[in-house]
Write a protein that binds this ligand. Structure first.
Ligand code: HEM
Length: 216
C-alpha cells in the first residue's frame, strides 16, 4: 500500500476516534432521558454551558467533515485499484459484511444525521443562535419519538451506525499499526461488544418514548 494511502487511513482513524468519543458521550447524555425529565434537563444544561463541550463542537464538526472527505477519497482510490480492497486482507481474510459496505453505510448515516440535526439541533442550538426561544430538549424527545415513522427511521439509522462502527472501531487499530495476531482478534471482539452496547443504548431511547414511558 502506498504511504499516501496509509496516511489517509490514519487520518480516517483519528477522525473516527473523535466520532466514537462523541457517540459515547452523546449516548450517556441522552440516556438520562430514560431516568427522568429532570435528569435529562440537567444533563442538557451541563452540555450547553460547559466550556470544554462548547470547544469540542467545532472540533467534532471538523472531525465529521475530514472523516467523510477521506472516506470518499479512499473509496474512489480503492475502486480504481481493485482487486486491492480498503479492508486489510492476507493474514486475516475474514471480511465482514460491514467492512464491504462501509461507504454505503456512511452515506445512510450522513443522510439520516441531517434529519436528526433538523429534529434537534435546529430547534435548540440554531434557535438560540438566532436569538429565538429554543425548544425544551425533553419535550422535543417526547414529540419526535411519538411518531412511528420517526422511530423507524431512527432504528434504521442506529443499526447503520452500529454496523459502521463495528468494523470502523476495529479497523482503526489496524490503521494505527496495531497488527498483531494475538491482539487483533481481541480488538475485534471489543469492537463488536462496543457496537452492540452503543446500538442497544441508542435504540432503547426512541422505543422507550414511543411506548409512552416518557413523562408529560
Ligand atoms: C436516539 C437517540 C438520540 C437523541 C435523543 C439525540 C438527541 C440530540 C439532541 C437533543 C441534540 C441537540 C443538543 C443541543 O443542541 O443542545 C442532538 C444533537 C446532535 N446529535 Fe443527537 N441524539 C440521538 C442520537 C444521535 C446519534 C446516534 C448520533 C450519531 C451521529 C447523533 C449525532 C448528533 C450530532 C452530531 C448533534 C449536533 C452536535 C450537538 O449539538 O451536540 N445523535 N442530539
Amino acid at each position: 500500500m502506498k504511504s499516501s494511502s496509509i496516511g489517509r487511513k490514519l487520518v480516517m482513524s483519528i477522525s473516527g476516534m473523535f466520532l466514537i468519543m462523541f457517540l459515547t458521550l452523546h449516548l450517556a447524555i441522552n440516556f438520562t432521558a430514560i431516568i427522568s425529565r429532570e435528569a435529562y434537563e440537567r444533563a442538557s444544561h451541563f452540555m450547553s454551558e460547559n466550556i470544554f463541550i462548547k470547544m469540542m463542537v467545532p472540533v467534532l464538526a471538523l472531525g465529521f467533515i475530514v472523516h467523510i472527505a477521506m472516506g470518499v477519497i479512499l473509496t474512489i482510490q480503492n475502486r480504481k485499484a481493485r482487486p486491492t480492497d480498503y479492508t486489510v486482507k492476507g493474514k486475516h481474510p475474514k471480511v465482514s459484511w460491514a467492512s464491504k459496505n462501509m461507504f454505503a453505510l456512511g452515506i445512510i448515516i450522513l443522510g439520516l444525521l441531517i434529519i436528526h440535526l433538523n429534529h434537534f439541533w435546529a430547534e435548540i442550538q440554531l434557535q438560540e443562535f438566532l436569538g429565538n426561544a429554543k425548544a425544551n430538549p425533553y419535550d422535543l424527545v417526547v414529540a419526535t419519538f411519538s411518531n412511528w415513522w420517526n422511530v423507524s427511521v431512527y432504528v434504521i439509522w442506529i443499526l447503520a451506525i452500529g454496523f459502521h462502527v463495528s468494523h470502523g472501531f476495529w479497523s482503526m487499530f489496524q490503521s494505527m499499526g496495531l497488527n498483531n495476531d494475538k491482539w487483533l482478534p481481541r480488538l475485534r471482539t471489543i469492537a463488536i461488544i462496543y457496537s452492540y452496547v452503543i446500538t442497544t443504548g441508542y435504540i432503547i431511547i426512541p422505543i422507550y418514548f414511543f411506548l409512552g414511558f416518557g413523562q408529560a
